[in-house]
Design a protein around this ligand. Structure first.
Ligand SMILES: [Fe+2]
Length: 179
């Protein structure tokens, strides 16, 4: 035991040479153009997801009628989950040292998913959300495609998990509408 401790004293403090030790941290292995492509796709997804999130809150608050209890709760489950996905997407963009779109103004301008009024029937709310999922899935597929082309396994893995959950919501709300 003592011999091991003595050996540790001989270990260098860093594996880097002096110049490398003083330089900025080594960037992850993607070129500027590659990072631009990945983060642009992530930002498009982020903007759409953020508008979708606010729609879920709108519908959670304003749903009425015999489906109130089911949908009020289901919308809350979904917006809580969306919030986590949105945070993961924005932080993934920061991992690449880029800026996630962060203002409501940018979200509304960039998003293909559009806001609606608050006084919709419960059926129309569900139809709106099913349409949102289809749009979100398309943006997610684009992110996965771009990430996989750049060998960005981290982004790919993250968004594939989102795809699983959105596909499940798509099924559940479609089943809700089935007569
Ligand atoms: Fe609530």
């Amino acid at each position: 035991m003592k011999a091991v401790k003595d050996d540790l004293k001989d270990l260098p403090q860093t594996q880097l040479d002096t110049r490398a030790a003083k330089a900025k941290p080594v960037k992850m292995g993607w070129s500027t153009e590659e990072v631009e492509r990945i983060t642009a796709a992530l930002n498009d997804l982020l903007a759409n997801y953020s508008v979708h999130y606010q729609k879920l809150r709108n519908y959670h608050w304003n749903v009425k009628g015999p489906d109130f209890f089911d949908l009020h709760e289901q919308f809350e489950l979904q917006y809580t989950e969306s919030l986590q996905h949105i945070d993961d997407i924005a932080e993934r963009i920061r991992i690449f040292s880029k800026t996630p779109v962060s203002t409501l103004q940018e979200y509304l301008e960039m998003s293909e998913i559009k806001e609606t009024a608050s006084n919709l029937s419960s059926e129309l709310m569900v139809r709106e959300l099913i349409t949102d999922y289809t749009v979100l899935l398309n943006y997610m597929f684009t992110v996965v495609e771009v990430a996989s082309e750049q060998h960005d396994a981290g982004t790919e893995e993250m968004v594939k998990k989102f795809i699983n959950t959105i596909e499940k919501h798509h099924w559940m709300l479609s089943a809700f509408l089935a007569k």
